[in-house]
Ligand binder design. Structure first.
Ligand code: ADP
Length: 313
């Protein structure tokens, strides 16, 4: 069966990644080793889906600089369709400073650059690429006015909308929240949106019901090493994370979102789509980096096969 069309809207950054023994405290200087990697939430999500064999479209805004060129090339190489991407004359590309400790924890500072200047008109023009029956994925790094326009177009375009509310910011109307099909916060974002601290599946269930009050059709909360919790008006379930040796948790949530969207596009049943997203995110945290830590379809299939054998034993 042919997959459903898939399009991501979001940010792209060049990540300057420092590997350090542990994260610094304020005022402290540490020695680390640096690498430059393509990143940005939207870009990571699109690459996660492309690595699984989809040909997702991606709308983002890059600066007219060397970073923008190399970001565009790496998206193409990963198999992302880049024809909707804008290159902003006279602007710089987004960049991020990422610190990763030996225990896999991270700290991130972002300069959004050209990502910050996406307008509703730009999104409207990019939306011409959205085909019938598409799945659209958005994150919260784009300006709220632009996101709101995208969500408004759901009515006329008829797409299914996955919204990863990261980083959480105010300003979305209640109508915009109601247009979301799958709202996918992590624990911290679920807390920011509901005021409920999410530490396990019970508290996730509580937070999910509050999230549903905001208006989305379904809430899908990721809980790091615990796994993920799904709820809509008719059903709910929790799935445990796959146990793996964590090297770097950067982009775990992006891997999850990209893979969940790709799995829905591949028409997997909901629970299987969540399970596959957990597998992709688990493999992502066993590797360093953001986009370069996204696993291939084959790696995920092999991983899931090995897990099934373990589950049967
Ligand atoms: P974010 O990266 O946005 O903070 P999470 O920390 O919730 O998001 O991680 C997203 C997903 O990544 C989790 O639902 C899980 O599938 C996977 N994941 C994260 N940390 C681990 C871990 N230590 N072991 C296995 N899977 C993990």
């Amino acid at each position: 069966m042919t997959p459903r069309p898939l399009m991501f809207f979001g940010t792209t950054n060049l990540d300057l990644c420092f590997n350090v023994e542990r994260l610094p405290t304020p005022g402290e200087s540490l020695i680390g080793t640096v690498t430059r990697n393509p990143g940005g939430k939207g870009a990571n999500q699109a690459v996660a889906a492309a690595r699984l064999g989809l040909q997702p479209l991606f709308y983002t805004r890059l600066g007219c600089d060397q970073a923008g060129q190399s970001l565009l090339e790496s998206l193409r190489e990963a198999g992302v369709c880049t024809e909707a991407i804008e290159i902003a004359t006279g602007e710089v590309s987004g960049s991020a400073l990422v610190l990763v400790g030996d225990d896999g924890s991270n700290m991130i500072v972002i300069d959004p650059g050209a990502n910050l200047n996406v307008t509703p008109e730009m999104v409207e023009s990019a939306a011409q690429f959205i085909e019938r029956d598409a799945i659209v994925v958005a994150e919260m790094g784009m300006p709220i006015a632009a996101l709101s326009r995208l969500f408004e177009m759901k009515g006329e375009k008829g797409f299914e909308l996955i919204f990863n509310p990261a980083p959480v910011r105010p300003g979305l109307s209640s109508q915009a929240w109601r247009s979301v099909d799958f709202l996918t916060p992590n624990q911290a974002e679920a807390f920011e949106l509901t005021g409920i601290a999410v530490s396990d599946f019970d508290s996730a269930a509580h937070a999910a019901s509050r999230l549903l009050d905001l208006g989305p059709r379904a809430a899908l909360i990721t809980l790091g090493a615990h796994g993920a919790y799904y709820a809509d008006a008719n059903r709910s379930f929790a799935l445990r994370a796959f146990p793996v040796k964590v090297i770097d948790t950067t982009a775990a949530g992006d891997a999850f979102n990209g893979a969940f969207a790709a799995s829905l596009a591949q028409r997997l049943p909901l629970r299987e789509a969540v399970r596959k997203a957990l597998a992709v995110a688990a493999l992502c945290v066993t590797r360093r980096g953001a986009q370069n830590s996204m696993p291939s379809a084959q790696a995920v299939d092999e991983f899931l096969k090995a897990q099934t054998i373990l589950e049967l034993e």
